[in-house]
Unconditional design. Structure first.
Length: 106
């Protein structure tokens, strides 16, 4: 399944537009990860635990998106947009949404 942020695929023609598809993933950040990320913020460096959560959430959301496109008989999703939001009283949850247009390309 081809997934692209562009509205066209170079060298390919869209032969059918099947509609909007979306995928969502909500991940919780645990207390220990928050604690160690705060320490890392103070001493500098990258927060690897958070980067992994972001990566996993994005992969899950895009996976759902492609599953829904496949259910419609599509072989590509174009115009994909990925958004990140925090949820919860103290931003303890991360929501990633991916949306795009399910299409059939030649």
């Amino acid at each position: 399944m081809l997934v692209t942020t562009t509205n066209t695929v170079e060298g390919k023609r869209v032969v059918a537009y099947k509609g909007l598809v979306a995928g969502e993933a909500i991940m919780g950040a645990n207390v220990f990860r928050d604690f160690f990320a705060a320490i890392r913020d103070v001493v500098g460096g990258r927060a690897g635990a958070y980067e992994k959560v972001l990566r996993d959430a994005r992969e899950n959301a895009v996976g759902e998106l492609t599953d829904r496109a496949a259910e419609l008989g599509c072989n590509a999703v174009i115009g994909v947009d990925i958004d990140y939001e925090t949820l919860g009283a103290k931003g303890g949850m991360l929501m990633v949404t991916a949306s795009g247009t399910a299409v059939v390309i030649e």
